[in-house]
Design a protein around this ligand. Structure first.
Ligand code: FES
Length: 125
């Protein structure tokens, strides 16, 4: 049984009075809503970016920013629980920053955007 199903069974038992009141039900309600938020696909390809040594960057991890590939604060309303990835390069360099937000090597593109799950996805309006 998955975590959500187990939590639902616990809630149903609690509602029938089968469990001690209060704490157990409250704990399981919290686990129902604890699924981590998922990023949206901002783009189906990476963004080439010239980074400057010593400058602080905030890569958008939620996909909702209108300043891709960087954060514009949109996560605060659109995806609470996902924070931008802040980084400071040690040298000037041109890199490919992930636009699909599903890379396994954030903030850099690792080629994940080539997978069907990304290429067949609908982009947000
Ligand atoms: S754009 Fe996300 S892995 Fe390439």
């Amino acid at each position: 049984m998955g975590l959500r199903a187990a939590a639902l069974v616990t809630l149903m038992r609690a509602a029938r009075g089968g469990l001690g009141r209060g704490t157990a039900a409250v704990l399981h309600v919290a686990s129902l809503s604890s699924a981590p938020p998922e990023p949206v696909i901002a783009a189906k390809e990476p963004f080439p970016v010239e980074l400057k040594a010593g400058k602080l960057y905030a890569w958008c991890a939620c996909g909702h920013s209108k300043r891709q590939p960087f954060c514009d604060g949109a996560h605060k309303k659109a995806a609470p629980g996902i924070s931008p990835l802040r980084f400071t390069p040690e040298e000037d360099k041109t890199v490919w920053l992930c636009g699909c937000k599903h890379t396994r090597l954030p903030p850099y593109c690792d080629g994940t955007h080539k997978e069907d799950a990304v290429q067949s996805a609908q982009l947000p309006a």
